[in-house]
Design a protein around this ligand. Structure first.
Ligand code: NDP
Length: 281
């Protein structure tokens, strides 16, 4: 780096107390917002992370098994000029949340010189497709642990390091408004998350924290083994039941999430926002 640029950086650092430098001498704005997006190695979470990064938000990516995909998202965010860190997380293992919180705090300090973050997006999750009569207790427990217990206790664990005026966004599904055979256990958990969202909004309001829930329609991702994306019959059925005439894409959701977390939407609270292109209306 030319000497005059580094001198300018040092001048800016001294001249504006909203700027500090990280370990590489790069400027870190104290105004930079930081988001944790769970399950952002691929699918909807990845799109959310990239849309947030385009708006200058720093992102903590989490992955379950696909570390390489998560690192690729980190690189893409860095190319966009923002910062990101990838951490492993199993949302079905609430005993691991204390350790995860410690790793988040270390990453915040190391990368952003912060001890808190601004936005939590509870996105991670998998589905099961099984008729009600054949759903096993093990499948049911898996859905509880991932979609309800995980969201409940991860949010509880991270609460002390979410800033006042921060934001929490939970992910639900169109399947809480309409019903399709095979989703009884999965959709029941999403219904519970919608109720939890209202209770969180009520209790966190005094800290200025808003809590909302985004309910996507069917989107082309790996979810459910990529059924909606890869099965032509399912794909065209969903498109035929959607007023905008096609199946949703990850970027249809990522942009909404980044927008909801922007200051323009600061007065939106305790709401279920369905993003389905008008499915089954
Ligand atoms: P994908 O299958 O494309 O991605 C799932 C993400 O969650 C991955 O990052 C994966 O990590 C992570 N993940 C999976 N299991 C765990 C776990 N036990 N602990 C932590 N992370 C985990 O799914 P989508 O992007 O489609 O779904 C994201 C969210 O959106 C889910 O909550 C889903 O219920 C909801 N949703 C999806 C819809 C759709 O049609 N796609 C519709 C409505 C709601 P890794 O890559 O490491 O495996």
């Amino acid at each position: 780096m030319p000497h005059f640029i580094s001198s300018l950086r040092i001048f800016l650092t001294i001249g504006y107390d909203s700027l500090i430098c990280d370990e590489y001498g790069m400027e870190v704005s104290m105004d930079t917002k930081i988001a944790i997006v769970t399950g952002s190695s691929r699918g909807l979470g990845k799109s959310m992370a990239l849309h947030l990064a385009q708006r200058g938000v720093g992102v903590i990516i989490t992955y379950y098994t696909k570390q390489d995909e998560a690192q690729a998202v980190v690189k893409e965010i860095e190319r966009l000029g923002s910062k990101a860190v990838a951490l492993q997380l199993d949302v079905s293992d609430s005993k691991s949340f204390e350790d995860f919180s410690q790793r988040v705090q270390a990453a915040l300090q190391q990368t952003w010189k912060r001890d808190s973050f601004d936005f939590l997006v509870n996105n991670a999750g998998t589905g099961i497709h099984a008729p009600f009569a054949e759903t096993t207790e093990a499948q049911f427990d898996q859905m509880v642990n991932i979609h309800l217990k995980g969201v409940f206790f991860l949010t509880q664990k991270l609460l002390p390091i979410i800033v006042d005026q921060g934001r929490i966004l939970n992910l639900s599904s169109g399947l809480t408004r309409f019903s399709l055979p095979g989703y009884a256990a999965y959709a029941s958990m999403k219904g519970a998350v919608e109720t939890l969202t209202k209770y969180l909004a009520k209790e966190l309001g005094p800290r200025g924290i808003t809590v909302n829930v985004v309910a996507p329609g069917a989107i082309e991702t790996d979810f459910g083994g990529g059924l909606v994306r890869d099965n032509p019959q399912v794909n065209s059925f969903v498109a035929s039941q959607t007023t905008l005439g096609r199946v949703g894409l990850p970027d249809d959701i990522g942009g909404v999430v980044a927008s909801l977390l922007s200051d323009d939407n600061r007065w939106v609270n305790a709401q279920r926002i369905e993003v389905s292109g008008g499915m089954f209306i």
